[in-house]
Design a protein around this ligand. Structure first.
Ligand SMILES: NC(=O)CC[C@H](N)C(=O)O
Length: 227
């Protein structure tokens, strides 16, 4: 399985994502610059964290117009796994691949620390390696992670099992402590915490590794014929 790590001007977690995929997970990864227009040959798409275009206007608001985003939307429509972490999540929201929006953190401070998350839905291609209700420790690092959506959207997310991760403590003011959501089709996940920074014990936690392993396992089950 081959992953694309999309790089925007201002991305700063692209190398962490690349390391998580190629060294911790042992899969193939390649950087793809935002000016590219094709994602042919890639099986999974990763939008890493950072400050694309300096977070000007709103985080992700400029990046979503990057030439590569047409290909990201196309890949999402084709059912390929698309994971947006932190700024990647913000870009997915701005691109309309996920519902809702991000506000500045309650308290208006940048938060950078490990956070305990609860796995709300383990029946997805991203979370099959976890158990329902499992508590995992994944670092957060954001200033604009206060997830907001209207009542109708929230009810839909809840009803369809699209809320994937919740913060144990409401660290940033997010509606119902939402830390990560998925699209209805189940192949696009956005999350503010950084699983790529929690893939080996040396980093303080390896709780993020199962997320990447789940994606690969699902891909193998659906794409690799067994005899
Ligand atoms: N680590 C990141 O991706 C930072 C996300 C974003 N630019 C924010 O501060 O909200």
């Amino acid at each position: 399985m081959k992953f694309a790590v999309i790089v925007f001007p201002g991305s700063n977690c692209d190398a962490d994502m690349y390391h998580a995929i190629s060294d911790a997970l042992g899969a193939e990864a390649e950087y793809v610059w935002h000016h590219e227009t094709s994602l042919q040959g890639f099986d999974g798409i990763l939008l890493p964290g950072g400050f694309s275009h300096g977070d000007y206007l709103r985080s992700g608001a400029i990046a979503r117009f990057a030439p590569i985003m047409k290909a990201v939307i196309e890949a999402a429509k084709e059912g390929k796994p698309v994971l947006g972490v932190c700024n990647g999540f913000q870009i997915l929201l701005e691109a309309g691949l996920l519902p809702g929006a991000m506000k500045r953190n309650e308290g208006l401070k940048f938060i950078c620390r490990p956070a305990v998350l609860t796995v709300e839905n383990e029946k997805t291609m991203f979370t099959a390696g976890y158990e329902k209700g499992q508590e995992i420790t994944i670092p957060v690092a954001h200033g604009e992670g206060n997830y907001e959506c209207d009542d109708a959207t929230f009810n839909e997310l809840e009803k369809n099992g699209q809320i994937i991760f919740r913060y144990q403590d409401n660290i940033n003011g997010s509606r119902h402590q939402i830390a990560g959501i998925m699209n209805e089709a189940g192949n696009v996940l956005g999350m503010m915490p950084h699983p790529e920074r929690a893939v080996e014990a040396l980093l303080g936690s390896d709780d993020g590794l199962a997320l990447f392993q789940s994606i690969v396992r699902n891909w193998r089950e659906t794409h690799v014929a067994t005899t």
